[in-house]
Ligand binder design. Sequence first.
Ligand code: ZN
Length: 343
Amino acid sequence: MRAALIREHGDLEKVEIAVLPMPEPGPGEVRLRVRAAALNYLDIWVRNGWPGIKLSYPHILGADAAGTIDALGEGVQDWEIGARVAVDPTISCGECEFCRAGWENRCVRFRLMGEHVSGTFAEYITVPARNLIALPEHVSFAEAAAASLVFVTAWHSLITRANLRPGELVLIIGAGGGVNTASLQIAKLTGCTVYVVGSSEDKLAKAQALGADATILRDVEGGWSRAVYQLTAKRGVDVVVDNVGAPTYNDSLRALARGGRLVTVGNTGGAKVEIDNRLIFGKHLSILGSTMGPHRDYVRVMRLLFKGKLKAVIDATYPLDEVRTAMARMEAGDLFGKAVLEL
Ligand code: ZN
């Protein structure tokens, strides 16, 4: 079976399509015939590598997948061969104190598809059966794959961690990223007013089409943080979604109202930030970090997708052979929503 993989860290050139042996499902696992796999910024981080990352090579990239069940491992009884399914990308032990409390994404042995274990850019993969959700006929494999990681991440961050409430003001830093387009829809569905800061008029127009109430150009004269302050009658917003990091963090904190919350699930622009602590205590601010979401959040948000309350934003689909093209576009910040591989 064919897969997109790396044999060492590095740039785009390290990504290759290769033929690997068919994976066999272990106890409690199924083998999936992957029909769609979505790209995430995570794939670029993993490809580039970071100090301490340990992969077993060849390493298949990719965290998101949807497809049909192809084989059942020992002890799997609740699923049938041929069933259409999507995959929760968080792999957990099911036994530690956090798993037992229903916080699979806080598992002490937390692993993520495509990062700590073999990923989804392959014709066949094996996954724990407990990670599956049944996919209704009217939802495409591409939509399910495109939605999985970013929607569970955005839902957990905004709803579970930040306890988002109707009527609150939400500012999203960045228009085009998958988590941002998911956060925008979740905030609108909750009944919030949503502001989006973006790098181009084109992306901002698309954010508006997705429901943004007001948009602000990143390079607006006087700075976007000040523009938010003015748009909110010098009040500030209740919640900022900041997954950029170093270049935007302090402006995000300044854009918050008293008692505001900054939620973060990543940092595409740099991880190390110097913060003026007076902002934190003086304005009663909270910084809420999270990664992925527990399985119950995955099920909840995917059901909203299945009902049409949320929609997967897909920029383009590619065959597996064009994984590098898709990855290059994501790396260039060229996408609005997701790039999806169709297999
Ligand atoms: Zn655990």
